[in-house]
Design a protein around this ligand. Structure first.
Ligand SMILES: [Zn+2]
Length: 285
């Protein structure tokens, strides 16, 4: 991915880059280079709190004979991850309808079922066929013989900062590790059996294997002269694990757009106020 944005901090200039290391349908690992903790954490926070996803917000029960109260069932249904299309849908507050509700900011989802059976998330039917439960076999409620359930719900886009059901995934990062391995150490044979098999390549401790299998931190405690870790202060390894509403790279892309929007607004505010705007400064005693 291209340079995210040049951030000028006093006279220093960061030229951050994002390199994708590994990508699957639900997980993304990338490296953020030439950056710092402040920026890395800002990016993580924007990903979990400012990237919109779709979830059920309101629900009207016409029948619920199950053992679960309406409130409990509504809460469970609200947490079902729904496939989200950010190209079509708007956040209600940004929609042309001004939040009144139209087919660009909400969709109706209904369900009608009768026991005996386990009702799964796949039975949720939206008016927009593109919207469905990402995990079809997520159990919602158990119905016994003759028990019925019928409801109509409204799904909207929302933000993780307002409710955890809108969070797009689990996002975490750590400083990139640099390993110092001494395979010819005098005590290597004595300690060899203490390291897991996945840390070796051709009978030697291997940097790539240790990093890829996330074993280096545990292995570093065995003998500091054989394996030592140094953390790179400027480079970070990020992991994005999507809950299923959006593809992990879409979470990243949207968060960068949001960040650029926010820094753009901030830059504009400073420009407009000119010299009048005073930024708070930290004084050291
Ligand atoms: Zn609307």
């Amino acid at each position: 991915m291209d340079v995210v944005r040049k951030v000028v901090k006093e006279e220093e200039e960061y030229k951050m880059k994002i390199n994708i290391l590994e990508k699957t349908e639900q997980k993304l690992t990338f490296e953020l280079t030439e950056s710092n903790e402040t920026f890395a954490n800002t990016l993580r926070r924007i990903m979990i709190s400012e990237v919109p996803t779709m979830a059920i917000d309101e629900i009207n029960f016409f029948a619920n004979d199950s053992a679960l109260y309406d409130e409990i069932l509504a809460h469970r249904i609200g947490l079902v991850p729904l496939t989200t299309d950010l190209k079509i849908y708007n956040l209600p507050e940004n929609c042309k309808c001004k939040g009144e509700g139209c087919n660009l900011c909400r969709t109706i989802i209904s369900l009608k079922s009768e026991g005996p059976k386990m009702v799964y998330a796949e039975e949720l039917t939206a008016t927009d066929e593109e919207i469905k439960a990402y995990h079809p076999k997520m159990p919602l409620v158990l119905l016994l013989e003759g028990q019925k359930i019928k409801f109509e719900a409204t799904a909207i886009l929302g933000l993780g900062k307002n409710h955890a059901k809108y969070m797009p995934g689990a996002i975490f990062y750590k400083h990139k590790a640099k390993l110092k391995i001494n395979n010819s150490h005098v005590d290597f044979d004595k300690f060899k059996d203490k390291y897991p098999k996945q840390a070796f390549k051709d009978g030697k401790l291997d940097e790539e294997k240790l990093l890829r299998n996330d074993l280096y931190q545990a292995c570093a405690n065995i003998n500091k002269d054989i394996l030592a870790i140094k953390y790179d202060r400027d480079n970070f390894i990020f992991k994005v694990e999507s809950f299923g509403q959006l593809a992990p790279e879409e979470i990243l892309r949207t968060s960068i757009e949001k960040l650029n929007e926010k820094t753009g607004d901030f830059a504009k505010a400073i420009k407009q106020d000119g010299k009048k705007l005073k930024l708070p400064s930290l004084k050291r005693s």
